[in-house]
Design a protein around this ligand. Structure first.
Ligand SMILES: [Zn+2]
Length: 290
């Protein structure tokens, strides 16, 4: 199975080509940055889902500078649904839904809990997981992949470097198994999901090799940038802190600079997906931004 998959991956890479790695200074502009514009789609809607809570006993791992050592605190965890006339896209897949109804689970510095699954939250707006045409994850860490098995009929939009990161090694981790059966669209650089510039997956590597952020150009609310885990907290963004659990710090800093240039150019609202201050300002289900 894995061998067959790898053959498929190699063919896919040959067909789609490989993007060149950017090794430039943070000031350097990505060649594909200029293509991202503020293009509002009148009927676009952005829903926010609660994808769990993460208590952190020591935030030291969240800053390579060492200045978070000994601090405890909480992270929220969020997933998003973008509704477009051409289809529905779920962005990030949260903590595992097996946590619903069970005691919080301790995993190293993390205590994890989840109140409601994505399918239960989708039901609040009259949808089921089977209705969702597209899914994409900012990156493949456990708190962004947990409910993949619910979306077996969706097409997975995946950056080629994240796909390689997840499956290029000897053995795929257990958390990634649900992804192996999905139909895939494999891309490099940025990916314009519906072809009209309204929803764009943005290549922001470094936290993981194929880490991405998401731009939703909302008609009334204006452009919204979902950070993925380019930043985990407002303080990480203000101080440009890079976690210790990170694939490439220099690359992360290039991505941070690109993200900030884009946010400024578009006048975008930035949502840090683990930051309670950003998330509490968003409409609760069944509410949405448009
Ligand atoms: Zn995360």
């Amino acid at each position: 199975m894995i061998k067959l998959f790898c053959v498929g991956l190699v063919l896919s890479l040959l067909m789609f080509g490989c993007s060149e790695r950017e090794q430039g200074a943070p000031e350097q502009t990505r060649s594909n940055e200029t293509a991202v514009e503020r293009v509002g789609a009148p009927s676009l809607k952005l829903y926010t889902f609660d994808c769990g809570n993460i208590e952190v006993s020591d935030f030291d791992a969240f800053s390579s500078s060492g200045d978070y050592a000994g601090q405890g605190g909480k992270l929220v965890n969020t997933c998003y649904l973008i509704r477009h006339p051409e289809g529905d896209l779920i962005w990030d897949l949260g903590l595992p839904n097996t946590l619903v109804g069970s005691d919080p689970q301790v995993d190293g510095i993390f205590t994890l809990s989840l109140e409601s699954s994505l399918s239960d939250q989708l039901a609040l707006i009259g949808l089921s997981a089977a209705d969702i045409e597209f899914l994409s994850i900012s990156h493949s860490h456990f708190d962004h992949t947990g409910q993949a098995a619910l979306f077996s009929s969706a097409e997975w939009l995946v950056h080629e470097d994240e796909l390689e990161h997840m499956f290029g090694g000897e053995e795929a981790g257990a958390q990634n198994v649900a992804f192996t059966e999905l139909e895939k669209v494999i891309f490099s650089e940025n990916y314009d999901v519906f072809g009209d510039g309204s929803v764009v997956i943005l290549e922001m590597p470094g936290h993981t090799p194929g880490h991405t952020a998401l731009l939703a150009n909302l008609f009334e609310s204006g452009p919204v940038l979902l950070s993925g885990d380019l930043y985990h907290r407002a303080a990480s963004r203000e101080l440009a802190r890079v976690p210790r659990f990170n694939s490439d710090e220099a690359q992360t800093r290039v991505s941070m600079a690109a993200f900030e240039r884009l946010a400024k150019k578009l006048g975008a609202r930035v949502i840090i997906q683990h930051e309670a201050l950003d998330v509490s300002a968003l409409p609760e289900l069944p509410g949405f931004l448009n």
